[in-house]
Design a protein around this ligand. Structure first.
Ligand SMILES: NC(=O)c1ccc[n+]([C@@H]2O[C@H](COP(=O)([O-])OP(=O)(O)OC[C@H]3O[C@@H](n4cnc5c(N)ncnc54)[C@H](O)[C@@H]3O)[C@@H](O)[C@H]2O)c1
Length: 335
């Protein structure tokens, strides 16, 4: 019967509240937010006590699990405070806004009896999971190369509503840290952590409103010598479906929501994605609930959850490497 608290009651918290309500036996016991208006709203709407201070909430309520749904620069401290008290954590992505905070959080996780999972929920999409599992099985032979794209649209209002999203201090970066991180994570998960990263981030469309990047291109080299290329922008006119393509010796795999596999002998296969409704936005995908339910189903098991801080650090390192290359005069600020 896990007792649960949510830290950060903004946009994404909606899908976490939904997912908690869907878990048999889970009981929401508190909410926490530093914004008095949002705290009052969430506390009334959910019928649970509200706290402005994370430590006070953890010590008084002693939840079994906390969901960290705060801005990027507010992930590490609440998550570490929970882990130090032996309280399990589900943290939104990215792991942290800086590499140093990400490493601090990974160390706290290693020292804790509790578990932490980082929300890369797209790994639970049906088509994505099939793609990763079948590539890993070796049935397609060696992976020869890959590519990914994220061509989405964000306007000034998205940032004016939540200024942390457009600042290095609050977001630790822009498009790569906030939106493209999911698809970059899928690419590095399927192709392996890169041995070298060459990339560039820039601000082409939203510079009047944000300090962080809205566009990026990357070339990654992986351990077997295969390369992947990646392009992402928020300057597109629509939120196009993300793409991940992998070319292997015996097949080419195209992810566009559904997965299409073209075998080298001419056979075609399609793995359909689930169609699901949630209170979240379409482009968040359909799998927050699956991811959260999986985390809860493994509570109390030994060893780390599979999408743990060490796993999440892999994508954070790629992104911070691109920032260091793109802003050589501001490495300390963007790392
Ligand atoms: N996995 C996904 O697909 C997905 C989708 C959307 C957002 N997110 C992530 O969720 C997180 C939150 O994003 P959002 O759009 O909901 O942000 P938001 O600004 O709408 O909400 C964040 C809330 O946290 C509160 N807060 C800030 N600092 C706090 C602190 N120290 N303690 C307690 N509360 C604090 C704010 O007052 C605000 O209400 C981000 O990390 C974002 O990247 C993930």
């Amino acid at each position: 019967m896990p007792r649960v608290a949510v830290i950060g009651c903004g946009d994404v918290a909606t899908v976490h509240f939904e997912a908690i309500a869907a878990i048999e036996g889970a009981e929401l016991v508190a909410v926490c937010d530093t914004d008095p208006g949002r705290l009052a709203e969430a506390s009334v709407a959910r019928g649970v006590p509200g706290y402005a201070d994370v430590a006070a909430m953890l010590d008084e309520v002693r939840p079994d699990v906390v969901h960290v749904c705060t801005p990027h620069n507010q992930h590490a401290d609440p998550a570490i405070a929970a882990l130090e008290r032996g309280i399990n954590v589900i943290s939104e992505k990215p792991l942290a806004s800086t590499l140093a905070d990400g490493e601090r959080l990974a160390a706290a996780a290693a020292a804790s009896s509790a578990r932490i999972g980082v929300c890369f929920q797209n790994r639970y999409n049906q088509a994505v999971a099939a793609m990763a599992q079948r590539l890993a099985s070796g049935e397609f032979g060696e992976i020869l190369g890959g590519s990914g794209t994220v061509m989405w649209s964000r306007d000034a209002g998205y940032y004016l509503n939540r200024p942390w999203r457009g600042s290095w201090e609050g977001g630790g970066g822009g498009l790569l840290m906030n939106q493209a991180i999911h698809t970059l994570d899928l690419l590095q998960w399927m192709m392996g952590e890169p041995t070298s990263v060459s990339g560039h981030a820039a601000t082409h469309a939203l510079g009047a409103t944000i300090d962080v990047e809205d566009t990026a291109e990357l070339v990654l080299t992986h351990a077997n010598g295969a390369r992947s290329v990646f392009y992402a922008t928020l300057a597109n006119s629509v939120n196009a479906p993300i793409t991940v393509d992998i070319v292997a010796e015996k097949a080419t795999l195209h992810l566009r929501g559904d997965l299409a596999i073209t075998h080298s002998d001419g056979r075609e296969e399609v793995v359909q994605e689930r169609r699901a409704e949630s209170g979240g936005r379409d482009y968040w995908g359909v799998s927050h609930q699956l991811y959260i339910a999986d985390f809860y189903s493994q509570l109390g098991q030994d060893g780390p959850f599979w999408i743990n801080p060490d796993e999440a650090l892999k994508t954070l390192r790629i992104i911070k490497d691109v920032y260091a290359q793109s802003y050589p005069d501001r490495v300390a600020e963007v790392s």
